[in-house]
Write a protein that binds this ligand. Structure first.
Ligand SMILES: O=C(O)Cc1cc(O)ccc1O
Ligand SMILES: [Fe+2]
Length: 435
């Protein structure tokens, strides 16, 4: 695997030149009459021109050909991506999916994306979709770009080599990548691969505020890594660019690789993050903290403190709380909770929930520790102990009600009809008088 260089920082202004073309970034202006090396200047906007400066996002790309040189878009049929949330009746049950399979037929990253649940409308720039990707071959002469929103990619199996217009990054399980609206990328595989994608339609991801935690902690900005410029000048007949647009997939063909950006500067960039770098904060006295303390990235709604989607992890950590039931509490939530498991076990559901699977606990659907977890944690000696070593579970939490797609409910054939049984052994322990 290539030893790649990265730029470090979150929400930073970066600039990058491919070392093969020194001085390729125009000096002192964005649109010179003629750009260095005969490049074309192209701006990629990730916010309205007039968005407040703190939220304004754009990047200038200096490329061999402008992106507009392509033939017309046609429908791309080979896709399980939807944003139609009426395919199935609503289901308020606790849902659990067994691990998703690697496809048996040749399938690349973009062909291997299936939408499992979601809410909202990419046309209205409001909502989210959760997808599973599962693939076994490289995207040969094919790029993908999402006009509807941002992708947060969570690999569970297999390292992804992602080539973007900004440069290359490798993303392995226990790392994540964010590729924002309109950024073209292609994915090569080291082995058959599977993972989860959180797509948000409206806003971009930000780091959560830290409040009284102070200036440092949780995911630190310098641990977010952005690729460096790396162009390819290849004249390929029929290079395909697949685009997700208004919830449907389209493809256009062109006569060259779209990864022909020689230099770029700006603050609208793809990035990756190693979940192992997360600085975990928790109670060192008593009680179970809400999982929001483990928020890596958030996509805020217009309602203060309420997320269209939070990306939350459950990292390895010490558990030291005294006189406390230490696992997650029993819970009914006005938010939707979709969980996946990258590695190991989830403390509230050891055994039942397997890596590569998923659960969905919908709005106000009761959930919490299974029978074994409750019985064990109610009796355990409360010594300091490691929780979740060699494990990583995560949650996509949303204020919206998530509808399960036909693929999620039926086609994938992974829903576990017996999931409810993990709670049926819970006993009455009441010691008060029977009235
Ligand atoms: O439901 C879950 O397992 C997620 C979760 C974890 C936790 O530690 C507290 C609340 C919560 O919803
Ligand atoms: Fe919960």
């Amino acid at each position: 695997m290539e030893n790649l260089k990265y730029l470090s920082g979150f929400n930073s202004e970066f600039s990058s030149e491919d070392p093969r073309c020194p001085e390729s970034l125009p000096k002192g202006q964005n649109s010179p009459q003629v750009c260095p090396y005969g490049l074309y200047a192209e701006q990629l906007s990730g916010s309205a021109f007039t968005a407040p400066r703190s939220e304004n996002k754009r990047t200038w790309l200096y490329r061999i050909r402008p992106s507009v040189k392509h033939r017309p878009f046609e429908k791309f049929f080979n896709s399980g991506v939807v944003s139609n949330w009426d395919e199935e009746d609503p289901d308020p049950n606790q849902l659990k999916w067994k691990p998703f399979d690697i496809p048996k037929v040749k399938t690349d990253f973009v062909e291997g994306i299936n939408t499992i649940c979601g809410a909202g409308d990419p046309k209205l720039k409001h909502g989210l979709a959760i997808h599973v990707y599962s693939c076994n071959t490289d995207m040969l002469n094919r790029a993908f770009s999402n006009s509807d929103g941002d992708f947060l990619i969570v690999p569970q199996k297999g390292t992804l080599s992602i080539k973007t217009e900004f440069g290359k990054m490798t993303v392995k399980p226990n790392e994540i990548a964010v590729i924002q609206q309109g950024m073209r990328f292609t994915v090569d595989l080291a082995e058959p691969s599977m993972g989860y994608i959180l797509e948000v339609f409206g806003q971009h991801f930000t780091l959560p505020d830290l409040g009284p935690i102070g200036a440092n902690g949780l995911a630190n900005p310098r641990d977010f890594l952005t690729p460096v410029a790396c162009y390819e000048d290849s004249d390929v007949k029929n290079y395909e660019v697949v685009v997700k647009y208004q919830g449907r997939m389209f493809v256009c063909r062109m006569d060259h690789s779209p990864f022909d950006v020689v230099a770029w500067h700006g603050n609208y960039v793809p990035y990756k993050y190693d979940l192992g770098k997360f600085m975990v904060i928790n109670s060192v006295s008593f009680d179970h903290c809400d999982p929001s303390i483990f928020t890596v990235l958030t996509c805020q709604s217009e309602k203060k403190g309420t997320a269209i989607a939070d990306f939350v992890i459950f990292p390895p950590r010490w558990s030291v709380q005294e006189h406390t039931f230490r696992p997650p509490y029993y819970h009914r939530n006005c938010m939707s909770e979709f969980m996946g498991l990258i590695l190991g076990e989830y403390e509230a559901k050891k055994g039942a929930f397997q890596p590569g699977g998923a659960t969905l606990h919908s709005i106000m659907t009761p959930h919490g520790p299974d029978f074994n977890c409750f019985e064990g944690a109610s009796k355990e000696a409360l010594k300091p102990c490691r929780v979740a070593d060699n494990t990583q579970a995560f949650m996509f939490e949303s204020c919206l009600g998530l509808a399960v797609t036909k693929w999620g409910a039926k086609t994938c054939e992974k829903l576990d009809a017996d999931y409810f049984k993990v709670w049926q052994g819970l006993q009455k322990h009441f010691t008060g008088p029977k009235m």
